[in-house]
Design a binder for this molecule. Structure first.
Ligand code: NDP
Length: 281
């Protein structure tokens, strides 16, 4: 089974399907990521906030898989947006992962009500990591259209991706469209709405028609819309299920029927990036 690659605007490529490790307990991360690599995943999405970069690094080191075959993403935590803090924490990320270069590093949240509203200097700091060769690419997460417009206007540096909440109950079209307009690829986080869409009757009907599971149909829907996804699972069986989505296609009508499940803001499961201001103690 071949996972398609997406070419980013900096001409590097990213596997369109990866494995997310949010809420994977740190002491189970190495074995969980090892299982995902065994299934065939080659793109791992972690974050400083998840506390499990070390386990990801251990699994990578133990796997024996060539570095160039792996795609690793991490994200800057909310308490380290100031440039010097960001530089120190990026050093710590590389050392926890046991890597001298990360494929992709993101600002996790814009925090527009913190740091005097300055996420622009944070963004310039991430660009330093590309310049010094320790990050292949940099991007953002949870950036609303106005946040994206601002960093691009003020720095001229375009993120390669914007990682935002997207699933059938929250299609987040404004943030998707703004990203696409800037040439920024969309990464859809919580692609299964943490399991919340899997009992939906439209999705279960389409799944039955294809002899696939609701999770497979939901992930296939994201793939056909062109978004990058990295579902999380603690179970090897579900890791395999989520990986097995490249032997069928949805019709345009099925894609539209799933998109029509959008509930707007009511469908959002995570915080609103305009107001989210959480800073770890
Ligand atoms: P997902 O939408 O990937 O759903 C994960 C949940 O669904 C888990 O409870 C899992 O349970 C269950 N599940 C997975 N596969 C199946 C299946 N085939 N059938 C039934 N249930 C299934 O949620 P996440 O929030 O983890 O999002 C994915 C990734 O996105 C994260 O791991 C993280 O990398 C990223 N993310 C980024 C955020 C950001 O702010 N940038 C915010 C949130 C997530 P089980 O483990 O038991 O299989």
């Amino acid at each position: 089974m071949t996972v398609p690659n997406i070419t980013l605007h900096d001409q590097t490529t990213i596997p369109q399907l990866g494995f997310g490790v949010y809420q994977v307990p740190p002491d189970q991360t190495a074995e969980t990521v090892a299982a995902a690599l065994e299934v065939g995943y080659r793109h791992i999405d972690t974050a400083q906030m998840y506390g499990n970069e070390k386990g990801v690094g251990e699994a990578i080191a133990a796997s024996g898989i060539a570095r160039e075959e792996l795609y690793v993403t991490s994200k800057l935590n909310n308490d380290v947006h100031r440039p010097d803090d960001a530089r120190r924490s990026f050093d710590a990320t590389l050392s926890a992962l046991g890597l001298d270069r990360i494929d992709l590093f993101l600002i996790h949240w814009p925090l527009p009500t913190r740091y005097d509203g300055d996420f622009v200097s944070t963004w310039r700091t991430l660009a330093e990591f590309v310049a010094d060769g320790r990050a292949t690419s940099v991007g953002v997460s949870n950036f609303q259209p106005a946040h994206l417009d601002r960093i691009v206007t003020e720095t001229g540096i375009v993120p390669v991706v914007n990682q935002i909440e997207v699933h059938p109950y929250f299609t987040n079209e404004d943030a998707r469209a703004a990203s696409i307009r800037h040439g920024v690829e969309v990464e859809a986080w919580s692609p299964l709405a943490q399991g919340g869409v899997l009992g939906d009757e439209v999705i279960t009907r389409i799944a039955a028609a294809h002899d696939k599971t609701p999770a497979q149909v939901t992930l296939r829907w994201h793939i056909e819309r062109g978004d990058i996804v990295f579902p999380k699972s603690m179970s090897a069986e579900r890791m395999m299920e989520n990986f097995d989505i490249f032997d069928f296609t949805l019709s345009a009508e099925e894609v539209a029927d799933i998109a029509a499940l959008d509930r707007g803001e009511a469908g959002r499961t995570g915080p609103n990036p305009d107001t989210f201001d959480y800073i770890p103690a």
